[in-house]
Structure formats: C-alpha cells, structure tokens
Design a protein around this ligand. Structure first.
Ligand code: FES
Length: 108
C-alpha cells in the first residue's frame, strides 16, 4: 500500500495537552494532540460509542481519556489501556513548514 502525507493545520494552532479537531479533504475527522514536542493524530471517533475524541483529556505522558465514558487509549499505539484488542486508528505525523502532516494511505 502506498502512503502520502496530508497537510493538516498549522502547528501554532495546537495547544499543549488539549485536543484539536481537524477534518481533512477526504472527510476524515481527526483529533490532534500536542504533548511536549510530539504531535499525535487519531480518528476523532471513540471505538466505544463514536463520540469525539478531541474533547478528551490527557493524563500522564500519553494517555487520552475519552470524556464520555472514560475509556483510555495510549496515543503512541492507539490501543486501549485496558483491552489491547480495542484501539483507535492512529496516524504517523511529521511537522514541516510550520504545518502538521499526517500519513495516510494514498487515495486513488
Ligand atoms: S464514547 Fe468514548 S468512552 Fe464511550
């Protein structure tokens, strides 16, 4: 499978340890989190009941807590911290020219 990096938002719009919503051109909705120097991107849809993960909270170094029913996910892997077979899809990111780029399978 081929991949490409999709430009999302300016790094300056990210807020330490707070979720930011971004919808890419394909319609996919992302939750972006800045923790220290690291930027994490996950589907903005909790695997529990599909609620928006950009409204979550960060605890510890890299754990995202869904605000609705407190399911917890490791942002480094996307996996649930209590059930490793449950996960939220996460995407690799890179920062270039002041923007966050997210690695996605190439469309078409
Ligand atoms: S919708 Fe996220 S924990 Fe229920």
């Amino acid at each position: 499978m081929e991949f490409e990096y999709i430009r999302t938002i300016e790094v300056s719009r990210l807020i330490q340890r707070e979720g930011v919503y971004h919808k890419i051109e394909s319609g996919l909705e992302l939750a972006l989190y800045l923790i220290g120097e690291a930027v994490y991107a996950v589907d903005n849809k909790c695997p529990h009941m599909g609620m928006p993960l950009h409204e979550g909270a960060i605890v510890g170094d890299q754990t995202l807590v869904c605000r609705y029913h407190q399911w917890k996910f490791d942002l480094k892997t996307g996996t649930s911290t209590f059930a490793p077979n449950i996960y939220v899809k996460k995407y690799e990111t890179k920062i270039e020219d002041g923007f966050v780029f997210v690695k996605m399978p190439r469309q078409g």
